[in-house]
Every structure is written in structure tokens, then in C-alpha cells.
Design a protein around this ligand. Structure first.
Ligand code: SF4
Length: 212
């Protein structure tokens, strides 16, 4: 499996925000979000055996393992990795771009954090309703918004796709670009069940550094 890095840190952007977590960052992503902070994962990487990744995750001592990218859904060995981590009792999160459907053969005891990329990201054309149709209460949809236009677009898509009440939804402000207080006001005014969050890892750690 092509891997850019593995590390222990604090989960910073999901309903599991704040928990110690072992991260596995896969290599390669077909998208190019304007505010991508992991462009170093687009190319290169190291070939790692699935079993070795599982042993490293278990040795890390965290109950939580997140597979992120890059784009994990383009890795053919993803279902095998997820199954083996689940077999070892881990809670497995997968962070994905929203640009791909759920892969065949993926054990859905894992929890998907599916991005909804609004126009500010430049990647809204990748967002298709069928990528969000198989999600449920154990998953979540995460929109990172740059401005009011992104907020309104995201709310409208989630309404159109019948997501409210079916999948938990979080919205975060683009770091350094959107004031979290503005986002909080928009959420309160909208009346929709949106959980506001900030990118905790960018507050705890230098945005250019990995975790610990
Ligand atoms: S989907 Fe993620 S890794 Fe890919 S370009 Fe967007 S932010 Fe970067």
C-alpha cells in the first residue's frame, strides 16, 4: 500500500475531535483543493505491507485509527487494511474527499468522514449525490467553508440530497480565511442541525508540522 506517513496525534476535525489517534496517510489524490494542506501526499510515498501497518497501529496504543490522505478510497488494499484493524479491536475512521463512492468490499463497521467540497475549494464538480447516499448515523459529512457562499451552497446540497437527520453534519471554517464566529452565526440563523467545529490540530500544533 502506498503510504506517505504514519504518526500519533490528536484527532482534530470530526466527531472524534480531541481523542489521541494513530494516523495512516495514504499517497495520491486526484483532487486539488485550493486550501489543501497535505500536497506533500500527492506523489512519492513508500510501499508498506498491510500487516506491518496494522502492527504499528496496534503498538501506538490508541483505540482510534484514522486512515487519511491523499485519498484513501483510491487505494485497492483499503478494505483489507480496515478489516484487519477492526479485527484487532480498533475504532477505524476513514477521511475521504467526497469525490468517490464507498469502495466495494469495505466493512462498514468503520466510520466515514466524508468531505463536502464547496465551490471555494474549486472541487465542487466532484461532489455527486451517489457518493453520499450510503452514509448513515455512524458516519459524518464535513464541509469546510471559506465564506457565506460556501455555507449556503453546502446547506442547499445537503437539503437536496436528503441528508439532514440521516447523517451527522459538521461545518468548519477554512483556517485563517473564515472567521469561526461568522460561521457560528450562520449556523444559528439557519436552524439546521450542524455541529460547528474548528480545526483543533491547527490550534494545537503548527499548521505546517505533523503531530507528535
Ligand atoms: S481531497 Fe484532501 S488531499 Fe486531496 S487535494 Fe483536497 S484537501 Fe488535498
Amino acid at each position: 500500500m502506498k503510504i506517505t506517513e504514519t504518526f500519533r496525534s490528536i484527532q482534530g476535525e470530526s466527531l472524534y475531535s480531541g481523542w489521541p489517534c494513530f494516523f495512516i496517510r495514504t499517497t495520491g489524490c486526484p483532487l486539488r483543493c485550493r486550501w489543501c494542506d497535505t500536497a506533500y501526499s500527492f506523489y512519492g510515498g513508500e510501499d508498506r505491507a498491510v500487516d506491518a501497518l496494522v502492527e504499528e497501529a496496534v503498538s501506538s496504543g490508541t483505540f482510534l485509527v484514522e486512515i487519511t490522505g491523499g485519498e484513501p478510497f483510491v487505494q485497492p488494499e483499503l478494505p483489507e487494511l480496515v478489516q484487519k484493524l477492526l479485527d484487532r479491536g480498533k475504532t477505524v475512521l476513514i477521511e475521504t474527499s467526497g469525490g468517490f463512492p464507498v469502495p466495494d468490499g469495505l466493512n462498514r463497521d468503520c466510520r466515514l468522514i466524508v468531505d463536502l467540497k464547496p465551490p471555494g475549494s474549486g472541487m465542487d464538480a466532484w461532489m455527486k449525490p451517489e457518493h453520499f447516499s450510503d452514509l448513515g448515523q455512524r458516519d459524518e459529512i464535513k464541509a469546510v467553508v471559506a465564506d457565506r457562499g460556501d455555507f449556503d451552497w453546502s446547506v442547499q446540497k445537503l437539503e437536496e440530497w436528503g441528508v439532514w437527520g440521516r447523517v451527522p453534519v459538521t461545518f468548519s471554517p477554512v483556517y485563517g480565511e473564515c472567521d469561526p464566529r461568522d460561521l457560528a452565526r450562520w449556523v444559528l440563523d439557519s436552524g439546521f442541525p450542524i455541529r460547528v467545529q474548528v480545526q483543533l490540530h491547527k490550534i494545537l500544533f503548527d499548521p505546517l508540522l505533523k503531530g507528535v
